[in-house]
Write a protein that binds this ligand. Structure first.
Ligand SMILES: [Zn+2]
Length: 398
């Protein structure tokens, strides 16, 4: 069963989201880089009765600035929380809120899950949608895709939407109030574009896919060059350049590449980990960043790929500078049981998992071995790369 079929069954929809080759969902209709207060005109052009969707904390924090913008433009608004998660149950409840308020516009404000909820709700109700990211942790503000989770936060499936948001409001001052850790996570998620797209689509001949893969390489290089400096100077020009990379350029790649430029093992590992409750304390991009190391480790172990081995060593150094997780321990999963690790690996190796876009077969036991050896040294690498010796914690494979 495809993810779209699942989605239709789950929501009773009769219209399938157009993810065929005929449709290109490259970018939001409009992207404005201004303060939330200055975005009123752009929002008011899209509707008069917005439903504002976010987490309870975000809605409470931004209530006064939002109110002044919306009242200034005489918009009759209602607020709703997406809690407990971007789940089928929340969506059913929110559809009722849309009907009760007779909303003609959805405004999503918050992190990836709030924005994913707003986008898919707008898609279901056939309404325009505005995304206002409050952190640079993902490119969810840009893309025509939503991830659906269980009420307990376990990843279930993703849904392709029929268009990118109608308006994206990028307010740097809002993003600057988010913990630094969210930008670090966004860097991890954005880095995955290159490591995954080059595997899933590296030999594609389609013009836009080639463009997407090359942009993923540009994105990786921008992050390698600017991230460390950006993190020491929040709010600076270089910091904005890195925010643009994680929120906008990462979205461009998803838009150009679409469904044919897919995630591979890094996101499959993330999806498996979300089924371990203790993994909910780490952010999406943190789990994905760790997943990149696992993917490279699989390429080393199962394919003898030496380029993957050096890429992993390069990333380990970069992660150390940024504070991105390198191991299960770093993700707060140092004391999970073997059974939990096995469960995550089995889910990541499930029949429809993107891990199978790797050019070789991966079994759960092999994935588990890769998951516990992300920091293992490559033969001779200590000398070549002048890396300090790294212990392999709890390694099952060696
Ligand atoms: Zn991601």
């Amino acid at each position: 069963m495809s993810t779209n079929q699942k989605f239709i069954w789950a929501t009773g929809m009769t219209k399938q989201a157009p993810t065929s080759l005929l449709y290109l969902n490259v970018a939001p209709t409009q992207v404005v880089r201004c303060s939330l207060e200055e975005s009123g005109n752009a929002i008011a052009r899209l509707g008069n009765r917005p439903l504002i969707l976010g987490g309870q904390h975000t809605l409470a924090t931004l209530a006064s600035s939002l109110e002044s913008v919306l009242e200034q433009h005489q918009l009759s608004y209602e607020c709703a929380s997406y809690s407990p998660d971007c789940s089928e149950k929340s969506l059913a409840k929110l559809s009722e809120a849309v009907a009760a308020h007779q909303s003609d516009l959805i405004i999503g404000i918050g992190g990836g899950k709030a924005l994913d909820t707003a986008k898919i709700l707008a898609h279901q109700c056939q309404l325009p949608v505005v995304t206002v990211p409050t952190s640079a942790a993902t490119c969810a503000a840009w893309t025509a895709l939503s991830n659906i989770y269980s009420d307990h936060g376990a990843f279930l499936y993703d849904v392709g939407l029929d268009h990118c948001p109608d308006l994206l409001v990028l307010d740097y001052s809002l993003i600057q109030t988010a913990p630094q850790r969210t930008l670090v996570a966004g860097i991890g998620d954005a880095l995955a574009k290159w490591y995954e797209a080059s595997v899933s689509s590296g030999s594609a001949t389609d013009t836009l896919i080639i463009a997407a893969v090359q942009q993923a390489r540009v994105l990786r290089d921008i992050l390698f060059q600017k991230s460390v400096e950006a993190l020491t100077q929040p709010g600076s020009q270089v910091w904005r350049e890195v925010v643009d990379a994680t929120v906008l350029l990462a979205g461009v790649i998803g838009g150009l590449g679409g469904a044919r430029c897919r995630t591979v093992a890094a996101h499959a590992v993330h999806n498996g980990l979300t089924h371990i409750p203790a993994a909910h304390d780490s952010l999406h991009g943190e789990k994905v960043a760790y997943g990149i190391l696992v993917q490279l480790r699989l390429e080393e172990m199962l394919q003898g790929n030496q380029l993957a081995a050096s890429a992993r060593q390069q990333l380990l150094k970069f992660y150390a500078e940024l504070g991105l997780p390198q191991t299960l321990q770093d993700l707060g999963l140092g004391s999970i049981t073997l059974a939990q690790l096995q469960k995550a690996a089995e889910i990541a190796c499930g029949e429809n998992s993107d891990i199978h876009r790797l050019p070789f077969k991966v079994l759960p036991e092999q994935l588990m071995a890769a998951m516990v050896s992300t920091r293992i040294l490559v033969e001779g690498s200590r000398k070549e790369l002048s890396l300090p010796a790294v212990e392999v914690e709890g390694c099952l494979s060696e």
